[in-house]
Design a binder for this molecule. Structure first.
Ligand code: GAL
Length: 344
């Protein structure tokens, strides 16, 4: 029997003043995850450190304005297409499409009215908290009416499972992710430079000056080598062309077959194990974060969290050599990512 309890309470105002709710999934040890229908966003992940002290390891906002207007996407469910589409242009079934440009010269994270800013429908199901929305045909320039559901479940052993499903009325592009900023020394610590990371990936993808993915390269001998545990801050300030463009790590790693990554804080002993069905882990180290009103009204700045955005390849629609992000009419889009927390 699932011992995890789900409770809810009214939360901040969403888009157009819509009411939103905050759901708490608590296991019998008292550890919990909070998720709001505002952007289907993860608001808190509260898990024991090595001394059993409950510690919040996820960044979030204090206000509606943060959720609706910040470009950080704290905790958000991102879609229809996570990452960048170069110049917001693509061709599908011989038809050219133009998307809204919302990040320099590119389309980013689903556009202006992205899934992250919508109020989702929430329901409590036997498998967990299900968030769903319908994205109308033509929204943000994408073809096809897309029905999306994301189910979040939390287990007795502190594992948060995110299960993504979508179907479409016409061929379209789909690449859903979650944009949680983790900070394993505790969200109020405001620095992840001492958090260690191991990513089971031997290749990463370089970007051009506009942050558009170009080609994959071996991580060996570069600051992108996370094949063994390494502090995020160890190489981040190296004079490396790719780190200079992105002001830190903001790059896709092509996961090896195990599709696994680990993160660890020596300070709290909290270990995060990430396992996914997705081929890519996009590492982002808060290179542009400046949020004066973060959760509990404290500020977050540069390098205050790291994101492990599991997803399909960024800009794959303009890179035929990479696996497709096209969802065909009649197909089911289905991916899962597990974030499991332990302490040692
Ligand atoms: C990342 C993206 C970054 C930045 C961030 C949100 O996924 O690659 O460049 O836009 O989201 O602030």
């Amino acid at each position: 029997m699932n011992k995890v309890r789900i409770t809810s309470r009214p939360f901040l105002k969403g888009l157009d003043g819509s009411p939103t709710f905050l759901y708490r999934l608590t296991n019998s040890s008292g550890a919990y995850v909070e998720i709001t229908s505002l952007g289907a966003s993860i608001v808190s992940i509260v898990v024991p450190d090595r001394n059993g002290k409950l510690t919040d390891v996820a960044l979030s906002y204090a206000t509606s304005d943060g959720f609706l207007n910040s470009d950080c996407y704290f905790g958000a469910s991102v879609g229809r297409v996570a990452g960048r589409i170069a110049h917001g242009k693509f061709t599908l079934n011989d038809k050219e499409y133009s998307l809204a440009i919302n990040n320099g010269v590119n389309a980013l994270h689903g556009g202006i009215r992205s899934f992250s800013r919508r109020t989702w429908n929430a329901s409590i199901t036997p498998s967990g908290l299900k968030m769903s929305l319908v994205s109308p045909d033509g929204e943000e320039g994408y073809p096809g009416t897309l029905k999306v559901s994301i189910t979040f479940s939390f287990s007795e052993d502190n594992a948060l499972l995110i299960d993504y499903k979508a179907i479409t009325s016409e061929d379209t592009l789909v690449n859903l992710t979650n944009h949680t900023y983790f900070s394993l020394s505790g969200e109020e610590s405001n620095s992840i430079l001492d958090n260690e990371l191991q990513i089971e990936a031997s290749r990463y993808i370089e970007v051009d000056k506009d942050m558009v993915p170009t080609v994959s390269k071996s991580v060996i001998g570069t600051p992108f080598d996370f094949t063994h545990f390494k502090e995020i801050g160890r190489d981040i300030f190296e004079n490396n062309a790719q780190l200079n463009i992105a002001h830190g790590y903001d790059h896709s790693f092509i996961l090896n077959e195990s599709k696994t990554a680990y993160a660890y804080s020596k300070k709290t002993g909290i270990m995060l194990t990430c396992k996914t069905t997705y081929p890519i882990l996009h590492l982002y180290t808060s290179n542009f974060v400046n949020v004066p009103l973060g959760k509990h009204h404290h500020a977050y700045s540069l390098y205050s969290g790291f994101c492990l955005e599991t997803q399909l390849y960024n800009d794959a629609i303009n890179h035929p050599e990479w696996p497709s992000v096209v969802l065909r009419k009649g197909e089911l889009y289905h991916h899962q990512t597990l974030f499991k927390f332990s302490a040692k």
